[in-house]
Unconditional design. Structure first.
Lengths: 650, 330
């Protein structure tokens, strides 16, 4: 196909071209607009080579030969309708400013020469964005992010896996206004693209998504509705237009403990939903997350360290304890404290135990005991643990941790522990996969630019600064990038921008963008993104398809949340995935007469253990209830009658 | 080493460099301002010329009524640019003449065929030093001897400069005429020509050519009819007359007021229109209707205004477009 010249480079004294910026004019009906990628063909050889310059349009101007608006007003006698009777339309110019993406040859770097301007072809786009360096056969590390569209041309745009998932650079940050589902959709699409294109020689990859609000990420395994245009993009980018094949969901129980605390509680979808419950051991390592600085002064901190090192998880017996203690659960920890404090009270004048003052001990007891209450449903008194499969993560699998309905403390605890465990396992290379993408939405809440230093923010900073060496990759999203900690967004090698709020665009972080780019960002359609990537010298606009998964809202309608249910029904639903023959009658018979907490504990242990014979195992968790004989009824003693001569009788 | 010889159409800067190289000395001294901005140009003495009436009755004002529909398919204009080099006290003028027809298609202007652009050196060859004559010949630009047909009265350098300037102007008329004749030969659509059409017999007789004259140094009206022309109201025209100058083809002509001149001088918005006169013994027949028709076409070009050009009261936008085009390519 012959190339159509779309414009010509122009430079004036007032508006000269430079090595990074140039200007060109076009016909007024040309398909060039803001974000279009163009190629300039120079006429004069440089070092024996005709220069070629690739640029992206960042600003456009239009004017006529009028010097002042008043001339046009006079020309139409002040009546705007008069324009239609003019025999000739005024000469009009379309002048564009483009930022240089790449120059060939790259040395010597010179101002952009005069020459003709053409729309960039597929091959040109590849060269302009330096994609040619990582799309070579045999060393292809391209991950499709979307298509670039100009005129009738569509070119696939690839990110470099080495710069998206490490080790060269890593992390991705996406910004955009809420309500358009662009951020979530983009991440869902990109994960599908990564799973389809991440090169085998680079290792394996899984994703952990923290669902922090609503049902957006809760139906990733269910097919959504796609339009033909979306399918065409999937075909062009060679990504299967299907929901994720392997998805596992994790959610804590509700405070009551009957059901899982998630919107994905419909019985039809229960097969891949796993409870997330932790005991004392799991929580103590991250007590710092739940205890603020007022709680943990130096003394309290020292006592907590002592508990972790000397008491928890081992046999401990020492004066004034009345009995040996082996603390494995919050319940046992409470028993330990009770025994210790009683012993100290019994010893007259004993205000210190092992240099720890009784007030410090009481304070730590109070704060730690409080955790299981604050994180009820996630943290269990009895120590039942149901966790993510650290050590056996599977390639191309999405693990969704639903924390949307949890209190902030519990969310922080989950995030801190999961990420820490990921890091530990990745350092030891025994996670099961070599790369993990961690997706966190609402980053301006978890890693704000100002406010107190929190454990979660420290962890996010740590991932963003050192995660790429481990294969721990942060995909983060937020509405206001300007409110996120600079080091978190600054370390994101790739940045995506959906439709933006003008107030946000007015913040200094966007000063490098031209007014036209800002305007385009403020009016972006759904399905469009601006992409910054280390290989791209300038931001590029792309389109991405609708994710092939069921949208959260649609999923919530199609698979309504299970309503409030009784304990016996909850137990039946929890155990049925393990043994389909379990009936409600059997459950009712089995739990009859037992305490609610015992029933929940038995269910949790059964679900965690996943025994071969579920029913006997579940039954064995209860202590036998021995019916007691009713005490013999004593014969009533007759009331003596009053003497007839009693002077006080009535 | 000599600079490369400029090809046909070398610019003023090219020629200056070439001459400097050829004469192995400092570059020739040049006047910084084009003559068009300093010269009075060719201007006839202000005169009144009585013209033979073509329309019945006395000279009077005719209101042009009816719908003003644009009918011109194209616009023709020419331009020139004259820059002076000094060979001692002798002016050598680098002249550029150009003409273009801008065609209107769906209210947008595009260039019809190729514009004409010519460059030449205009100098009194007999007064030039020999080294200059040789160097000018080596520039590959055509050299026009300005004294070939004229003898200067005093030999004052400005007189020589004015003669050269008039030669450039004459060449401009030639390229305009050539382009107009080509249109008249090849097209059946109406052409708006900036200036008169009597300079070419073929154009003056062409039914598609309409000349619109903006300058009024020479008024084709009797003294007693002058007040009538000066008081024409917007949308009014004068009676049609026949203009037959020596060495020029006869044409039918009339004055037309394009815009309200209240508060301005009497020539504000006043143009003179030339069209081919009728042929044969009944050449006056229908001339009034024809003048009304053409006047409506011209009045339809009143919008858009040709601002910021100072002559916007008389200049239609199509001609301004030609001028802008020629300014860009010169």
């Amino acid at each position: 196909m012959s190339e159509l010249t779309m414009g010509r480079v122009v430079a004036t004294e007032k508006r000269p071209n430079t090595a990074h910026e140039f200007h060109f004019w076009t016909a007024i009906d040309s398909p060039i607009g803001i974000g279009t990628i163009v190629r300039v063909d120079g006429d004069t050889p440089i070092a024996g080579q005709l220069p070629r310059v690739y640029g992206v349009v960042v600003e456009g101007f239009s004017n006529t030969d009028l010097q002042a608006p008043i001339h046009d007003v006079l020309g139409h006698d002040g009546t705007p309708d008069g324009a239609s009777v003019a025999a000739t339309q005024r000469a009009e110019i379309r002048l564009y400013t483009a930022h240089v993406l790449r120059q060939i040859p790259e040395e010597p770097l010179q101002p952009v020469p005069m020459g003709k301007v053409v729309l960039a072809s597929d091959a040109d786009v590849s060269v302009a964005l330096r994609m040619d360096t990582y799309l070579q056969p045999g060393s292809h590390t391209g991950i499709p992010i979307g298509i670039y569209r100009a005129g009738a041309m569509e070119a696939p745009i690839y990110l470099d896996a080495d710069f998206l998932l490490g080790p060269e650079a890593a992390h991705l940050n996406i910004t955009g206004v809420s309500g358009l589902a662009t951020k979530t959709s983009a991440v869902e699409w990109l994960l599908a693209s990564i799973f389809a294109h991440f090169p085998g020689q680079k290792g394996s990859v899984a994703a952990i998504c923290f669902n922090v609000k609503g049902p957006d990420l809760l139906f990733l395994d269910q097919p959504g509705t796609l339009e033909d245009a979306d399918r065409a993009i999937y075909d062009k980018l060679q990504v299967n237009a299907a929901p994720f094949e392997r998805v596992r969901y994790f959610a804590p129980y509700t405070a009551k403990g009957f059901t899982l605390n998630t919107l994905r509680s419909n019985e039809q979808l229960a097969h891949n939903v796993t409870p997330l419950t932790w005991g004392l051991n799991e929580v103590m390592q991250f007590a710092e997350v739940l205890l603020n600085k007022d709680d943990i002064d130096a003394k309290a901190d020292a006592f907590i360290d002592f508990l972790q090192e000397r008491v928890i998880g081992r046999e401990f017996h020492e004066t004034p304890l009345s009995t040996p203690h082996r603390v494995r659960t919050f319940g046992e920890l409470e028993a330990f404290f009770r025994d210790l404090l009683r012993g100290m009270e019994d010893r007259s004048g004993g205000e210190h135990w092992r240099t720890h003052h009784v007030a410090t001990i009481r304070k730590v007891r109070n704060r730690l005991s409080n955790i299981s209450t604050r994180c009820a449903g996630l943290v269990t008194d009895e120590g039942t643990v149901s966790d993510l499969p650290f050590g056996s993560f599977q390639d191309r699998t999405v693990y969704v941790v639903d924390v949307a309905s949890l209190e902030e403390d519990a969310q922080d605890l989950i995030f801190a522990r999961v990420v820490s465990k990921l890091r530990e396992h990745l350092e030891r290379r025994d996670l099961g996969v070599s790369h993990v993408v961690v997706f966190v939405d609402e980053l301006n809440k978890y890693a704000p630019g100002d406010g107190p230093e929190t454990y979660v923010r420290k962890m996010l900073l740590d991932i963003s600064e050192r995660g790429r060496y481990l294969g721990l990759v942060l995909f983060s999203a937020q509405q206001f990038r300007s409110q996120v900690h600079r080091r978190v967004v600054g370390n994101s090698g790739t940045a995506l921008y959906g439709r933006m709020d003008m107030d946000e665009l007015a913040t200094p972080g966007y000063a490098v963008l031209s007014p036209a780019i800002k305007t385009k960002l403020a009016t972006l359609e759904k399905g469009q993104l601006m992409v910054r990537h280390p290989h791209f010298a300038q931001p590029i606009f792309v389109r991405f398809p609708r994710p092939a998964v069921l949208r959260g809202r649609d999923g919530a309608e199609r698979f309504p949340q299970a309503g409030d249910i009784s304990l016996d029904v909850a137990v039946m639903r929890s155990l049925r995935p393990l043994d389909a023959s379990i009936s409600l009658d059997w459950v009712k018979r089995t739990i009859a007469g037992h305490e609610e907490t015992d029933v929940i504990r038995a269910r949790n242990v059964t679900v965690q253990t996943r025994p071969e014979r579920v029913q006997p195992f579940f039954e064995s968790q209860f202590r036998r209830i021995v019916p007691t004989d009713a005490p013999a009824r004593q014969a009533p003693v007759p009331i003596r009658s009053l003497p007839s001569d009693d002077p006080y009788g009535f | 080493m000599l600079a490369p010889a400029p090809g046909y159409g070398a610019t003023f800067t090219d020629v200056r460099r070439r001459l400097a190289a050829l004469m192995q000395g400092a570059p020739p001294v040049a006047s910084p301002v084009p003559l068009e901005l300093v010269s009075r140009g060719v201007q006839d003495a202000p005169t009144l010329r009585a013209a033979e009436p073509l329309e019945a009755g006395d000279m009077r004002a005719h209101a042009v009524t009816g719908a003003r529909a644009p009918r011109f398919a194209a616009f023709l204009d020419g331009a020139q640019r004259s820059l002076v080099l000094w060979a001692g006290g002798v002016p050598v003028v680098h002249g550029t003449v150009a003409a273009v027809i801008r065609r209107r298609n769906e209210r947008r202007m595009t260039t019809w065929r190729a514009p004409v652009l010519r460059r030449a050196l205009y100098a009194p060859m007999s007064l030039l030093p020999r080294d200059w004559s040789e160097a000018m010949a080596a520039t590959d630009l055509p050299v026009v001897d300005t004294l070939a047909r004229r003898t200067p009265e005093s030999g004052h350098p400005f007189e020589l400069q004015e003669i050269a300037y008039q030669s450039v102007l004459a060449d401009r008329e030639i390229v305009e005429k050539e382009l107009a004749e080509t249109w008249c030969d090849d097209s059946t659509q109406h052409l708006f020509i900036d200036g008169g059409i009597s300079g070419s017999k073929r154009v003056a007789r062409a039914p598609v050519a309409v000349g619109v004259v903006k300058s009024h140094q020479k008024l084709y009206v009797r003294a007693e009819d002058l007040p009538l022309v000066m008081r024409l109201q917007p949308g009014e025209r004068s009676s049609v007359v026949r203009i037959a100058e020596s060495k020029r083809a006869p044409v039918a002509s009339w004055y037309l007021r394009l815009r309200d001149a209240t508060g301005y001088d009497p020539f504000w918005g006043l143009v003179r229109i030339e069209i081919a006169e009728g042929q044969g013994p009944r050449r006056e027949a229908g001339v009034g209707e024809r003048a009304d028709e053409v006047s409506r076409w011209v009045l339809a070009e009143a919008l858009p205004l040709s601002v910021p050009d100072a002559r916007w009261d008389k200049m239609v936008y199509g001609i301004r477009d030609c001028e802008e085009y020629l300014r860009a390519i010169q």
